[in-house]
Design a protein around this ligand. Structure first.
Ligand SMILES: Nc1nc2c(c(=O)[nH]1)N[C@H]1C(S)=C(S)[C@@H](COP(=O)(O)O)O[C@H]1N2
Ligand SMILES: [Mo]
Length: 430
């Protein structure tokens, strides 16, 4: 299992550059490009993948893959995630593991449409800005750091299909329950400043994002995903071109070494392994921009109703939503307990978080923190008392700055996007 190829490339191995290499014919699952990033990136990445620093890294024999990463673990460096798919890798985080105010990297969900790139080398990586710009540019990550202000922000990413599993009739696609949501701390430069430096021409209406991952078919002419956003959105302050996640390199499954982070909009807008942004004078038409992908009907439709492609519109902001992260569903609690979680609403703020323990008959207002910065989720908590033992459910309902509240029932749509129904957590009180 831990067979190692000692013959290949980086074997002037130093303690900084362990250059761990796996046998190509070990028949292991090659995701996320295990061989590629381990040979090209150093200890920091290995440490990110095992989830902590490696105090005795000096003693790690050449070519040894940390045991925590060996074998079939396509989710190396992730902790407790539920794997929905391994080709491409898709994994969500159970709500009770999302309890932290800032989501640690090992708890950030993974949504891949294709196969991550083999090479994720931060030193040689480049980002090209082209299309309708005055000065097309190609920048290294060092250039980005040098030319633009480096900022750190907590930013919420949620997959447009989060909650899909609850749709009836079912919608095709990853059967996400609640856990395709995270709010990590991202460090990078503002997309807006980079686009301004390139000179946005007056006819630009949309961005187009490109990356180094490959299509599942292996066909190099096909892209797994290439989405974009209106230029007005791209020029907002919160959007980052990020090279750090929670103070370390990006996790290979979350887009190392460079990605977009677009809070509040479907996270499909947030291209991972980003290597090019093109400014266009038309709405982008790349893979997953057209047809039914990340689009919803332009009117309410009945469950199961067939909708013509031309009646779909592109999803922009994500709707108001919340999560109960403590206690866990099914937990046993005493006659009094704290209940807590997060709430968010696209690019708006949340005004109110209420919880009910009597199936929605009465509601109690929770203590709701302001987001640590624009683009982050809100944390909330409440103290709950029960009069007698038994089975209860905690329901959480967020209301946003436009007065929109989470619904009881889902507005069905063919691809199962935007499910923002209330989160229910069952408790046994004794
Ligand atoms: N290059 C690239 N970027 C991508 C994707 C992808 O498959 N390839 N998936 C998108 C989708 S659909 C989502 S929900 C987010 C998920 O980000 P995460 O995997 O870091 O959680 O990445 C987006 N960016
Ligand atoms: Mo997504």
């Amino acid at each position: 299992m831990a067979e190692i190829d000692q013959k290949t490339d980086t074997h002037s191995v130093t303690t900084e550059e362990t250059g761990i290499t796996r046998s190509e014919d070990a028949g292991q699952v090659q995701s996320p490009s295990r061989r590629g990033f381990l040979t090209r990136t150093g200890l920091a990445t290995v440490a990110a993948m095992v989830g902590t620093s490696i105090p005795f890294s000096k003693n790690l024999p050449i070519g040894f893959v940390p045991a925590a990463m060996a074998g079939e673990n396509v989710l190396a460096g992730k902790d407790g995630l539920t794997l929905l798919n391994d080709r491409p890798v898709n994994a969500e985080t159970p709500p009770h593991l999302l309890d932290d105010a800032i989501t640690p990297t090992n708890r950030h969900f993974v949504r891949n449409n294709g196969i991550p790139p083999e090479e994720m080398d931060a030193e040689s990586w480049t980002l090209t800005i082209d299309g309708f710009v005055d000065k097309p540019m190609t920048l290294t990550i060092a250039d980005l750091k040098e030319k633009f202000e480096v900022v750190t922000k907590a930013l919420t990413l949620e997959c447009g299909g989060n909650g899909r599993s609850a749709f009836e009739p079912p919608a095709k696609g990853n059967q996400w329950t609640l856990g395709a949501i995270a709010c990590s701390e991202w460090t990078g430069v503002r997309l807006k400043e980079v686009l301004e430096a390139a000179g946005v021409q007056s006819n630009v209406v949309y961005t187009a994002h490109y990356s180094a991952d490959s299509h599942l078919s292996g066909d190099p002419a096909k892209l797994p995903i290439s989405r974009g956003m209106p230029i007005s959105k791209a020029m907002t302050d919160e959007i980052l071109i990020a090279f750090e996640m929670n103070g370390a390199e990006l996790h290979p499954l979350n887009g190392a070494p460079l990605r977009l982070v677009v809070p509040g909009w479907p996270a499909s807008t947030a291209q991972k392994w980003l290597n090019r942004i093109e400014l266009r004078d038309v709405v982008h038409d790349g893979p997953k921009m057209t047809g039914k992908a990340y689009r919803v009907p332009n009117r309410p439709v009945a469950p199961g109703e067939k909708v013509e492609t031309e009646d779909f519109v592109i999803i922009e902001r994500m709707p108001v939503k919340s999560l109960v992260t403590f206690p866990a569903n099914g937990a046993e609690v005493g006659m009094e307990t704290e209940v807590r979680g997060h709430a968010w609403s696209g690019d708006r703020t949340v005004e109110k978080l209420e919880i009910s323990t009597d199936f929605g008959t009465t509601w109690q207002t929770a203590e709701l923190d302001a987001p640590v910065n624009s683009g982050a989720w809100h944390n909330w908590r409440a103290n709950v008392k029960f009069d007698q033992a038994g089975y209860y459910e905690v329901w959480a309902r967020a209301t946003d700055s436009n007065g929109e509240a989470q619904p009881f029932a889902i507005n069905w749509n063919p691809k199962g996007y935007l499910n923002n129904t209330m989160h229910r957590v069952g408790l046994r009180v004794s």
